[in-house]
Design a binder for this molecule. Sequence first.
Ligand SMILES: [Zn+2]
Length: 123
Amino acid sequence: MSRPRRAFDIRLRDEFRRRLLESRETLLRAVKATDEEIAELETPGPGDSVDRAAGSSVAALVSRLAGQDKEQLDEIAAALRRLGSGAYGKCVSCREPIALARLRAVPATRLCLSCQTAEEVTP
Ligand SMILES: [Zn+2]
């Protein structure tokens, strides 16, 4: 009795689950560090003569970074769901298997290299 093969065997799934969890942890640590930086930036000094323009551009930068982090966290969560459902490792656009080397480089990716390139070229 042989069951149909999945795109990924158990060992690969374990490997990528570990990779995804690790990158999520790294991201969460990075977000925490950013929170501390925000708190530091927002602490008013005595006799503060705040340069308002500089202050708001720092805040804008920090919020943009936080948005990217959040996007990456969403990507990782989605990749973990695909790993659980057996859909991991396939391009969501063309349904072709994504090269293992690419998955190792970018574990949360949902597109193969050619679809990713096409998406970057076409806005
Ligand atoms: Zn593709």
